[in-house]
Design a protein around this ligand. Structure first.
Ligand code: NAP
Length: 333
């Protein structure tokens, strides 16, 4: 494993991390966000990741409505000190499982207590705001974060999906160490995610901002939710309940363009005898500003393949060919 160091976090962070969204739900337990596997397989995947030197685990309460945190917590009970847990707050749900955004202090207070219980730990390393809450003044939100730091319940604050102006304001208040945003070979400055507007431009605004402020940057959906892997065949192969059916970028005209580019990238991957997933991960790792690629995985085989991306580097001629493929379809970004 390779590690990167950022000014704001004392521990070196593995360049490949582990995204826990998918382990929050599988078909068998009817939580049904992603087509999936069993909790025991997810736990094996987490253990294998730790064995391979992965030390950053990104999770959120809303992933499987608490279940991803529970599975991660069960997996980490005896090895908690070896890893950094980056969980989130701000997406809360009611008894009908309707989700809303809230960064109100009392809501965060409830969320942290529940997350700590589910994660079976007494602290979260990086506590990230999942999405901005336009109805709550950010100063109020930061006050509760200060209290949680003082109480030892969280170590640092992280941002996710924040527009640049708001990110600047929050970083100015101190304690923020990281930013998490949508970023992969195809989606560099995407203006929407699952049809929701993204009020930030990752490559043009956020990455330079993170560099200027010494923040870690964690790209999410680094494998474009599985499209940038050898296993993705077609949307028809997904289970009806799979959350990806609701991603408009994985259907229609735009999707056809992505698929054409995937075929070209696959040809490069075959030529250099590497899996497409490793090409996609390495494209991110070679960027100094990318701290840890939080690739989602539920099974040991995927974790091993993703970790092995760190065993080789993209040559400059391969990089140029990737850029040519994407440049020729720039209008889709
Ligand atoms: N802050 C936010 O708003 C936000 C939004 C989205 C995601 N995230 C975070 O980012 C993480 C990753 O993003 P993501 O889950 O959207 O998607 P992703 O990492 O781009 O893709 C995950 C998909 O790729 C498959 N996969 C992983 N490694 C593979 C390999 N080596 N070969 C073949 N297939 C492979 C996984 O399959 P298996 O599941 O079968 O292993 C899964 O279907 C999430 O888990 C979450 O922690 C954050």
């Amino acid at each position: 494993m390779r590690y990167k160091v950022v000014k704001t976090i004392p521990e070196p962070i593995s360049v490949v991390g582990f995204g826990c969204w998918a382990i929050g739900g599988s078909n068998s337990n009817e939580r049904g966000f992603w087509g999936g596997t069993s909790d025991s397989e997810s736990i094996r995947a987490v253990h294998r990741a730790v064995d391979l030197g992965i030390n950053l685990f990104d999770v959120a309460p809303v992933y499987g409505m608490g279940h991803a945190e529970e599975v991660l917590g069960s997996a980490l009970t005896s090895i908690r000190q070896k890893v950094l847990i980056a969980s989130k707050c701000g997406m809360v749900w009611n008894e009908k499982k309707q989700v809303e955004i809230s960064l109100k202090p009392d809501s965060i207070r409830r969320e942290i207590e529940q997350s700590l219980l589910r994660l079976k730990t007494d602290y979260i390393d990086i506590y990230q705001f999942h999405w901005p809450d336009p109805l709550t003044p950010i100063e109020q939100t930061m006050e509760i974060m200060d209290s949680l730091i003082e109480e030892g319940k969280i170590r640092f604050v992280g941002l996710s999906n924040f527009p640049l102006v708001l990110a600047r304001q929050v970083v100015g208040l101190g304690k923020v160490v990281s930013y998490q945003g949508l970023y992969n070979i195809f989606e560099r400055n995407a203006d929407s995610y699952y049809g929701n507007p993204l009020n930030y431009r990752t490559e043009d605004e956020i990455i330079p901002f993170c560099v200027d402020n010494g923040l870690a940057f964690f790209p999410y959906s680094p494998l474009f939710q599985g499209l940038l892997t050898d296993e993705f065949k077609s949307m028809d192969s997904l289970d009806m309940q799979d959350t990806r059916n609701r991603n408009p970028n994985l259907s229609g005209e735009k999707f056809r363009t992505y698929l054409e580019m995937v075929i070209e990238l696959k040809n490069i991957a075959i030529e250099i005898n590497r899996p497409l997933s490793q090409l996609a991960i390495n494209w991110l790792i070679q960027k100094d500003a990318v701290t840890s690629v939080i690739s989602g995985a539920q099974i040991v085989q995927h974790v091993e393949e993703n970790a092995a991306a760190t065993e080789w580097v993209l040559e400059s001629d391969v990089l140029s060919r990737i850029e040519e493929i994407v440049d020729s379809s720039l209008d889709i970004q």
